[in-house]
Design a protein around this ligand. Structure first.
Ligand code: HEM
Length: 362
């Protein structure tokens, strides 16, 4: 018999370390609070899931950090995004477990937590940066850099993720490589924009002739509609689009925006299935991060009301703002404003159809 030590479940999973890592501050202070165990375990489980999400995200970033991307690699990225999305659903559901702790229970040990806070989750910040949240787009609190509350080691890795190309950047470059927007005499935008203008004019007519609306309401809706029209004109006109980027009202480049729209509109072309799946998964992932932020903010309101956070922010109010603003791929969702029925889409010339390639090489 070999004297090789057999692998053991506890050793493989390093359970000795993991299961001895719940040190209750309330117990250290001689006032053990039953609920603190849940509070610690939940946070540790979150950090483990963040680790898994980052593992998946890194492989997706590697894929898109290449000049030419195989269709099979796009499909693999979609599968990995699906995994991230399933994990995110668990992250959102987990809040319900934490909510079995009441606000009064939390007060039994909250004071021991100061000044530690979710602000110090380096993995959460790395995740935000790798997805594409830039320092410019962040909600500022306390006039300080968001990296300040982190420990030295965490700050370095977060900064590195801030400096590297994010998923947003890589997606933009990939989209910009999409050919066929103008192709041998066929100008998709010319044809498509006249179809959309027609649709927008019909909408204006519908608003004007709505018998259920007062003159004030009609004026209000027409004003809203003007914004949709302006944003459509900006999508067609590169200069207007760039002006919006400068004003921080848009982020995705003009070319990438057009390519994304083309993928959405012609997703029935077999060759565009994977790109379409990729864009929808990115929107799903973004939405689920927003949902987590909203759920976390609601939970925080219930736990601490209008008190400030242990990290020094305004608490619920700050968190709600991040839910509203810390979005990465929401411009993809906004494109549906410009969708038109399939029957009115410009027909792609046969040559384009034949040339639609997975590699997006022009
Ligand atoms: C009783 C439960 C919780 C309360 C009362 C709470 C409260 C807060 C507050 C007030 C903030 C704002 C920063 C501050 O001033 O401290 C915050 C941020 C944060 N919390 Fe929680 N939290 C709770 C549970 C959790 C859990 C379970 C996680 C899971 C990882 C988490 C992750 C975070 C993260 C990542 C941030 C930074 C968010 C951002 O800046 O966008 N929190 N939390």
């Amino acid at each position: 018999m070999s004297d090789k030590k057999l692998l053991n479940y506890a050793d493989y999973l390093n359970l000795e370390n993991i299961l001895n890592s719940q040190k209750l501050k309330s117990a250290e202070q001689g006032k053990p609070a039953h609920e603190e165990m849940l509070f610690i375990v939940i946070h540790q489980v979150y950090e483990l899931w963040f680790k898994q999400i980052l593992h998946e995200l890194d492989s997706i970033l590697n894929t898109f950090n290449q000049n030419s991307i195989e269709e099979s690699d796009v499909s693999l990225a979609v599968l990995r995004l699906d995994r991230i999305i399933e994990i995110q659903k668990i992250l959102i559901d987990q809040i319900r477990v934490l909510e079995t702790m009441t606000a009064m229970d939390f007060l039994e040990f909250r004071d021991y937590l100061f000044p530690s806070s979710g602000f110090q989750s380096a993995q959460f910040r790395i995740l935000e940066n790798k997805l594409g949240l830039t320092p410019d787009h962040r909600i500022k609190y306390g006039n300080q850099d968001y990296k300040n509350p982190l420990l030295e080691a965490g700050r370095k890795v977060v900064k590195k993720a801030e400096d590297e190309k994010s998923l947003f950047d890589l997606l933009e470059t990939w989209l910009e490589r999409t050919p066929f927007l103008k192709f041998e005499g066929f100008d998709f935008w010319d044809q498509y924009s006249s179809s959309v203008r027609e649709m927008l004019e019909k909408e204006v007519e519908a608003i004007r002739n709505n018998p259920n609306h007062s003159t004030e309401q009609i004026a209000y809706h027409l004003k809203e509609h003007e914004m949709a029209t302006a944003s459509f004109e900006a999508m067609i006109d590169v200069n207007k689009h760039n002006e919006l980027i400068e004003k921080n009202k848009k982020r995705l480049s003009h070319k990438a925006t057009q390519a994304a729209l083309l993928i959405f509109l012609y997703r029935d072309e077999p060759i565009l299935h994977s790109p379409y799946n990729l864009l929808t998964r990115l929107m799903n992932m973004d939405e689920l991060f927003t949902t987590w932020r909203q759920r976390h903010a609601i939970m925080v309101r219930r736990m601490i009301g209008a008190k400030i956070g242990t990290g020094g922010s305004s608490g619920h109010a700050y968190l709600q703002k991040t839910a509203d603003r810390h979005k990465i791929f929401s411009e993809l969702a906004d494109l549906s404003t410009f969708f038109i029925p399939r029957s009115t889409l410009p027909k792609l010339p046969g040559k384009i159809k034949k040339n639609l390639g997975y590699h997006f090489k022009s």
